[in-house]
Design a protein around this ligand. Structure first.
Ligand SMILES: [Zn+2]
Length: 125
């Protein structure tokens, strides 16, 4: 026990560093998550949720017009729209959690959300 007494501080320090490193690694892993799905909302109301690992096309009808969302190769993009500015189409593909495509004229927001171990449960409640 003598060793532990004299090295107690070091042991605690190493343990703290290990915990910190583990937390950091976990944080980085989650932070770099490619996003589990895209949440599609029209004027603040979620109308669809599409997993990013399944290719799909989703026509979005709004009062202002329509948009066509494409999910392919783990990324989502606005393929076409009949809004006047076409900014949503020009935005290009999104794939990382937190990224979004916004079509202001139509009130359409497409946001990449974390996977099932992220905010999916919280978002679906
Ligand atoms: Zn648009």
């Amino acid at each position: 026990m003598e060793w532990l007494k004299t090295h107690r501080g070091d042991v605690l320090l190493i343990a703290a560093l290990l915990v910190l490193a583990g937390a950091l690694a976990l944080f980085l892993r989650l932070g770099r998550h490619s996003g589990g799905y895209v949440s599609v909302s029209v004027r603040g109301e979620v109308v669809a949720e599409l997993p990013l690992d399944q290719d799909a096309s989703l026509p979005i009808e709004t009062e202002g017009g329509h948009n066509l969302l494409i999910v392919a190769g783990g990324a989502a993009r606005m393929e076409s729209a009949d809004c006047p500015d076409l900014l949503c189409v020009k935005m290009g593909p999104v794939r990382w959690a937190g990224e979004s495509i916004v079509c202001l004229p139509h009130g359409v927001v497409v946001t990449v959300e974390d996977g099932p171990d992220g905010g999916f449960d919280a978002a679906s409640r």
